[in-house]
Design a protein around this ligand. Structure first.
Ligand SMILES: *Cc1c(COP(=O)(O)O)cnc(C)c1O
Length: 383
C-alpha cells in the first residue's frame, strides 16, 4: 500500500462523535461538526451527520462546495468570515456564515438579494483570545445595522477562544456570551437560534459542572478526530485517540554516530531534539517530511525518538527496534500534523471501512486523495 498514508477509521470517528454529541445533549448543547481538518471530506462529514451532528461547519467555502457536490445533506455554516471576493459563492453554497464586518454582511446581502435567497449570519464576539470578533461594547450597534440589511437573517452570536492566545473558555467568558445574547434578544425583541460557545477547547468547560447558560452549540472537529482535549492535550474519557494515524516507510536504516561532524552553520529546519553524543546509534530515515506533515506534531511508536526532519526526510532514533528497509512505521498525529497531512497531495488517504468507489458519492479517491484544486492527473503521476 502507498506510503506515506493516513489511515482514517470512520467507525471510531463516528463513535467519538456520537459520544460527545450525547454528553453535550444532556447540557442542551448541539454540535456543529467541523470538517476543515479533513478538507471537507464527505466521508468525515457523513460520519458526523450519522452520529447526530446538528449541522456541518468549515472555514473554507471550497470545502463546503465539495460537500455540496458530494450530495451531503445537512445545513452548512462557513465558520470563518467570508472573503469579500467570495461572497456570491458563500451565499450559493452555505446556509450561514460567521461574520465580524458590516461591509462583508452588506456584500452578502447584495448577493443574497440577487440570488433571491436569505443568508443567515452569526456574529462573532471578541471575548479575549483576540482573534476574530466584534468588541462586546460594539455588538448592539453592529446588530442594529446588520438586521436592517435585506435578505440577511440574524441566526445568532458566537465566540472563539483557545486558538490564538490559548485563552481558556471558563465560567466568566461563557457567562458573558450568554448575557450578550440575552441583551440582544431583549433590545431587538427577537430570538437568537444559535449561541455558539466555541470549538474543541470548550469541552473542558462544557463537560464540567458549569452552567451552560444560553450556550446551545459547540463547533467540534479536533476532539472528534483525535479524541483529545486540545487545551490540556489529554485524552477525553471513553474516546478513541487512534482514529487517525500516519504511516511512513523506512528508506535508510544504519548505525551511525549520534554527533554530526564538520564545520557548523545554520540548518534549514530546526532540530527536533538536542544533539548529544551518545555514541553509535540506530538511525532510521522515514520518507516523510515538512512537505507532508508537521514533524513537530508527530509521536513515534514507544521506544523511538524523532531527531530531526527536512522537507522529505524524518530521522528517527529507533532505539532497540531493528527496522528493515521498506518497514512501515505508524505514527500518531496532533492537530497540526493531521491538518497538513490531509492537505498534502503526497499523502494517500486510506479510509476504513474502505469506501466502495463506484457507489461513493465522494469525489475523493479511496487512497490517492484529490485535494480541492489539484488536478487528479498531476496527483497520481507527479511522483
Ligand atoms: C477550526 C475552528 C473550529 C473547530 O475547532 P476544533 O479545534 O477543530 O474543534 C471552530 N470554530 C472556528 C471559528 C474554527 O476556526
Amino acid at each position: 500500500m502507498a506510503t506515506p498514508r493516513l489511515e482514517i477509521d470512520l467507525i471510531k470517528i463516528e463513535d467519538n462523535a456520537r459520544k460527545l454529541i450525547g454528553r453535550l445533549a444532556r447540557r442542551g448543547i448541539v454540535v456543529t461538526g467541523v470538517t476543515k481538518a479533513a478538507l471537507g471530506s464527505p466521508e468525515i462529514a457523513g460520519a458526523f451527520l450519522r452520529a447526530g451532528a446538528e449541522r456541518l461547519g468549515d472555514s473554507r467555502i471550497e470545502n463546503i462546495e465539495t460537500m455540496r457536490h458530494a450530495g451531503m445533506r445537512g445545513a452548512m455554516t462557513l465558520i470563518r468570515s467570508p472573503i469579500p471576493s467570495q461572497t456570491a459563492q458563500v451565499v450559493r453554497c452555505a446556509d450561514a456564515s460567521f461574520n465580524t464586518e458590516l461591509d462583508i454582511i452588506a456584500m452578502l446581502s447584495d448577493d443574497a438579494r440577487k440570488a433571491r435567497r436569505t443568508h443567515e449570519v452569526i456574529i462573532m464576539v471578541e471575548l479575549g483570545d483576540l482573534r476574530e470578533g466584534v468588541m462586546p461594547g460594539d455588538l448592539e450597534s453592529f446588530v442594529r445595522q446588520a438586521i436592517v440589511l435585506p435578505n440577511i437573517s440574524l441566526k445568532g452570536i458566537g465566540a472563539n477562544l483557545g486558538c490564538q492566545n490559548g485563552v481558556c473558555p471558563d465560567t466568566e467568558n461563557m457567562a458573558e456570551l450568554s448575557r450578550l445574547a440575552t441583551a440582544i434578544e431583549r433590545t431587538f425583541d427577537l430570538k437568537l437560534d444559535t449561541i455558539s460557545g466555541g470549538n474543541s477547547s470548550n469541552l473542558h468547560w462544557a463537560l464540567g459542572d458549569n452552567v451552560a447558560g444560553k450556550i446551545n452549540d459547540l463547533r467540534l472537529g479536533e476532539a472528534i478526530l483525535l479524541g483529545r482535549d486540545p487545551l490540556w492535550r489529554q485524552p477525553i474519557k471513553g474516546l478513541h485517540t487512534d482514529a487517525v494515524s500516519l504511516v511512513a516507510e523506512v528508506i535508510e536504516a544504519k548505525t551511525k554516530p549520534s554527533k554530526p561532524w564538520g564545520e557548523f552553520a545554520s540548518a534549514t529546519f530546526e532540530e527536533l531534539s538536542p544533539i548529544t553524543d551518545k555514541g553509535p546509534m540506530s538511525r532510521v530515515i522515514l520518507a516523510i517530511g515538512h512537505q507532508d506533515t508537521d514533524p513537530k506534531g508527530l509521536v513515534p511508536p514507544e521506544g523511538m525518538e524523532i531527531i530531526g526532519a527536512g522537507s522529505d526526510h524524518l530521522v528517527l532514533d529507533s532505539g532497540r527496534h531493528r527496522l528493515s528497509i521498506g518497514a512501515e512505521v505508524k505514527i500518531q498525529v496532533d492537530y497540526s500534523a493531521l491538518l497538513r497531512a490531509m492537505t498534502s497531495p503526497f499523502v494517500a488517504k486510506n479510509w476504513r471501512p474502505r469506501i466502495n468507489q463506484e457507489h461513493s458519492t465522494s469525489r475523493f479517491q479511496t487512497t490517492e486523495f484529490n485535494p480541492v484544486g489539484v488536478a487528479v492527473e498531476s496527483v497520481s503521476h507527479a511522483y
